[in-house]
Design a binder for this molecule. Structure first.
Ligand code: MLT
Length: 267
């Protein structure tokens, strides 16, 4: 049975931001990707909470957190994470972001470098969208306005490397999260990702240890980009997970947890 963690909220700009909290020790904050929510981290939370205080947040427009506007910029979402730290009365955290959550983690790290014990990017990267990718996001926004279901059905399966294993259950679970995400939340995140800045400089001057976990078969964030970006920080560990797509914590949970715990314990 899946664990049920303590569900809590805090207020930001008059809206209730939802998060879960488990364990004791140094604070680890988990940021989910686009169309997901905090529950994607349930297994990771269960594992890490043996050694850490683990908090998973619902980013604006996802899970139980409502929209805060029509565009959710990475900076706005980073400010929500900062508010979370203030609410928890914590000075620093290990920040772990998956994909869009990684873009948010980089925006947070840019503003609040002194609040980081470490930064972990999971299938995420510091580059901005290419011109073509920006056009794709704009087209996706148009599609979501009228046919969000079609968008979700097409967007989720390519997140997994289905050549190796049938990920039907996990795909259906994420599709459900994505269908539960409102049209406004979906568009606000697509707009925020499309308009986000390049942040390689954040990696280059990171004063804290950095972990980059890449999926060798990731169709969204090519492993080559992450090999290149892992050269930027002074202190960086790059882990390339063989035969894994964009969802390493679901595709090979044990390996993912082992790599993450080894890094966090070494910080
Ligand atoms: C995600 O998984 O968060 C998104 O696929 C990231 C992106 O589209 O750039």
């Amino acid at each position: 049975m899946l664990p049920i963690f303590m569900q809590k909220t805090f207020t930001y700009k008059n809206e209730e931001i939802s998060y879960s909290c488990q364990g004791k020790g140094a604070l680890v904050v988990l940021l989910h990707g686009f169309l997901e929510n905090k529950s994607i981290w349930n297994q990771t939370t269960r594992f890490l909470s043996k050694n850490f205080m683990v908090v998973a947040i619902d980013l604006p427009g996802h899970g139980d957190t409502p929209c805060l506007g029509y565009v959710h910029s990475m900076e706005l979402m980073a400010d929500v994470v900062n508010e979370l730290l203030k609410h928890l009365n914590k000075r620093k955290c290990h920040l772990i972001g998956h994909s869009m959550g990684g873009y948010v983690a980089l925006a947070f790290a840019e503003k609040f470098a002194d609040k980081m014990y470490s930064l972990s990017l999971v299938c995420s990267n510091a580059r901005a969208d290419s011109k073509e990718k920006k056009l794709d996001r704009t087209k996706a926004i148009q599609l979501v306005k009228t046919k969000k279901n079609l968008f979700v059905e097409a967007a989720i399966p390519p997140l997994f490397n289905t050549e190796q294993k049938n990920h039907k259950r996990a795909i259906n679970k994420i599709k459900k999260m994505a269908h539960d995400t409102s049209i406004q939340g979906t568009i606000a995140a697509l707009s925020g990702m499309r308009d986000r800045y390049e942040r390689e400089i954040v990696l280059k001057f990171a004063p804290y240890p950095v972990l980059i976990i890449a999926g060798e078969k990731d169709a969204i964030i090519p492993v080559q980009w992450l090999k290149e970006q892992s050269e930027l920080p002074e202190n960086c560990v790059l882990e390339i997970m063989e035969d894994i797509g964009h969802m390493p914590f679901l595709e090979d949970r044990i390996m993912f947890e082992t790599l993450l715990m080894r890094f966090l314990k070494g910080v």
